[in-house]
Design a protein around this ligand. Structure first.
Ligand code: TMP
Length: 211
């Protein structure tokens, strides 16, 4: 099938269903023989997967907020140069589970790191990516209380609850703000629907913009 290569990102809080939706989209693109690549952040290249281990495993407080933020950008740079840009150049549709909006939503809105500003994040972003940005960002929007019941089922309740419900509420507001500021690139989908209903909305968007 004819399609335009490009870059799609999925964003949302923990338990919003991103990973399931990306798997469903991957299956759909396979059936349509659309040349694509699914990837994730932090990670997505061999160096960035190393950084992911450093960020996610072990004591969560081993990095101060500035070091942690810089590690996300270091991993992102490697993800871009080693995976995303070569794949787009090869004509693929690239789909990433999280990207730069996660840093704004988590580090700024969620964790409320007062020693980091949006202006600084914009400068760092430009340094690693120039003017490159996703063609489409799908933000799965869900009430954190509903998300909590989902993560409970897959045994990740502790990780979710350790951040506190108000953290997840701020995170949700952050993603909603990002979507309202950049409304051409971002589309908010109500994630409190069945997997199939969300998938149909995703397919409609992909067909409109890439097929
Ligand atoms: P995951 O659970 O979706 O794999 O994401 C890993 C964690 O990393 C998740 O808690 C969100 C967090 N994260 C940030 O805090 N900042 C970022 O820039 C990215 C990409 C992820």
């Amino acid at each position: 099938m004819q399609f335009h290569p490009g870059f799609i990102t999925f964003e949302g809080g923990d338990g919003s269903g991103k990973t399931t939706q990306i798997q469903m989209l991957h299956d759909y693109l396979e059936t349509q023989s659309i040349f694509h690549l699914t990837t994730r952040e932090p990670g997505g290249s061999s160096a960035a997967e190393e950084v992911r281990k450093i960020l996610i495993n072990g004591d969560q407080k081993k990095w101060d907020s500035i070091s942690e933020t810089l590690l996300f950008y270091a991993a992102r740079r490697s993800h871009l140069t080693d995976t995303i840009w070569p794949a787009i150049k090869n004509g693929k549709l690239v789909i990433s589970d999280r990207y730069a909006d996660s840093t704004v939503a988590y580090q700024l809105y969620g964790y409320q790191n007062t020693n980091i500003t949006k202006e600084q994040l914009d400068i760092l972003y430009q340094m690693i990516a120039g003017h490159f940005k996703p063609d489409l960002t799908i933000i799965l929007d869900i009430d954190p209380r509903v998300a909590l019941s989902r993560v409970q089922k897959r045994g990740e309740k502790d990780r979710f609850e350790s951040k506190g419900i108000t953290f997840h509420e701020r995170l949700r507001e952050g993603f909603r703000k990002i979507a309202s500021i950049d409304s051409n690139r971002c589309v908010l989908i109500n994630a409190n629907q069945s997997k199939e209903q969300i998938h149909q909305e995703v397919i409609r968007l992909i067909k409109d913009r890439f097929l």
